[in-house]
Design a protein around this ligand. Structure first.
Ligand code: SAM
Length: 264
C-alpha cells in the first residue's frame, strides 16, 4: 500500500478534487458543530493525506493535528500549509496507535479512511480514546449519485478483469462504512449521517481511463501487475471504440456525506 501511496501523493488531488466553494462548505460542516460545543477547539484528522479536508480548515485558523502514516502524502500537505498557520502539527504515525493523550481532543476527523485497513476497530477505539467526553467523531466521504460514464468505464474494467480470471468486488468502501456504523453503535454512540454539498464534475472517458491506468484508486492496488497491464490495454481499446471523442466531457454528480457521533 505504501508504495502505491508514495506514487499517487502528487497526483491524488487531481482525481479527488473539490471545487473551492465545495471545500468551503465541507470545512464549515466539519467545524460548525464543534464550534458550537467548544471554544478554540483542537482537531485531529487521521489519514489526512494531502490535506483536501485539512487545508481549508487550517486556513480558517483552527488548531489542527494532521496524522498520516505515509510521509509522501504528508510532505504534500506540509508544502500546502507552510506559512498558512502556526497552529498546525503534522504527525507521521499509525492511526492504530495515536501518539496523543487520552481525552485530549475536541474533534476527530476521518475522510475516506476506513477502507484503508482491515483492523479499523483498533483505529475506532483509538479515536474514541483520544476524544474528550462530548467530543465529535466526524467521518466524511464523497459519493457519486447515479451511473456516470466514469462509473461505466470502471465497471467495464471490472468485467475485463473478471474475464481475465481476476474478479474484483464493487462497493467495498460503502460496505466498510456500514461496518463502522455498527461498530459505533456497539460503542453506544448515535451516529447521524447527512449530505453536506452536491456538485458536478466534468470528466472525459480519457481521464477516467487514465485514473485507472495510473492506479490512483485503492481498489486497483491489489491487482497483480501482469493482469493489470493486460486489463488496461483491453480497456483502452474498448474506450476508443465506445466513444467517438474520448475527450468529450461527461458529468459526474457528487455528494459529500458527513456522519457525526458524539463521544460519551
Ligand atoms: N483523508 C484524505 C482525503 O480524503 O483526501 C486522504 C484519504 S487517502 C484515501 C487515505 C490516507 O490514509 C492516506 O494518506 C494513507 O497514507 C492514510 N493511512 C492509511 N492507513 C493508515 C494508518 N494505519 N495510519 C495513518 N494513516 C493511514
Amino acid at each position: 500500500m505504501a508504495s502505491h501511496l508514495n506514487r499517487v501523493a502528487f497526483t491524488y488531488d487531481r482525481t479527488r478534487y473539490h471545487p473551492p466553494e465545495v471545500s468551503g462548505r465541507i470545512a464549515t460542516a466539519f467545524t460548525a458543530p464543534v464550534e458550537k460545543l467548544f471554544r478554540d477547539p483542537l482537531f485531529l484528522e487521521i489519514g489526512a493525506g494531502t490535506g483536501r479536508i485539512a487545508v481549508p480548515i487550517i486556513a480558517r485558523g483552527y488548531r489542527y493535528m494532521a496524522l498520516d502514516a505515509n510521509p509522501a502524502m504528508l510532505e504534500v500537505l506540509r508544502q500546502k500549509v507552510a506559512g498558512v498557520s502556526r497552529k498546525v502539527r503534522l504527525l507521521e504515525a499509525d492511526a492504530r496507535e495515536i501518539p496523543l493523550e487520552t481525552s485530549s481532543l475536541h474533534a476527530v476527523i476521518a475522510v475516506h479512511f476506513w477502507h484503508m485497513l482491515d483492523d479499523w476497530q483498533r483505529v475506532l477505539a483509538e479515536c474514541l480514546r483520544v476524544l474528550r467526553p462530548g467530543g465529535l467523531l466526524l467521518e466524511g466521504w464523497d459519493q457519486t449519485e447515479g451511473e456516470s460514464e466514469d462509473w461505466k468505464i470502471q465497471q467495464r474494467w471490472r468485467d475485463i478483469l473478471a474475464g481475465l480470471g481476476y474478479p474484483l468486488s464493487r462497493g467495498r468502501h460503502r460496505a466498510r462504512l456500514a461496518e463502522v456504523e455498527q461498530g459505533l453503535l456497539r460503542h453506544g454512540l448515535e451516529p447521524k449521517t447527512r449530505g453536506v454539498v452536491e456538485w458536478v464534475e466534468l470528466r472525459s472517458p480519457r481521464m477516467s481511463l487514465e485514473a485507472i491506468a495510473e492506479r490512483i484508486y485503492s481498489f486497483t492496488w491489489e491487482v497483480p501487475e501482469e493482469v493489470f497491464r493486460l486489463s488496461v490495454a483491453e480497456l483502452a481499446n474498448w474506450v476508443s471504440q465506445a466513444y467517438a471523442d474520448p475527450d468529450l466531457e461527461y458529468p459526474i454528480a457528487w455528494k459529500f456525506m458527513l456522519r457525526t457521533s458524539r463521544a460519551l
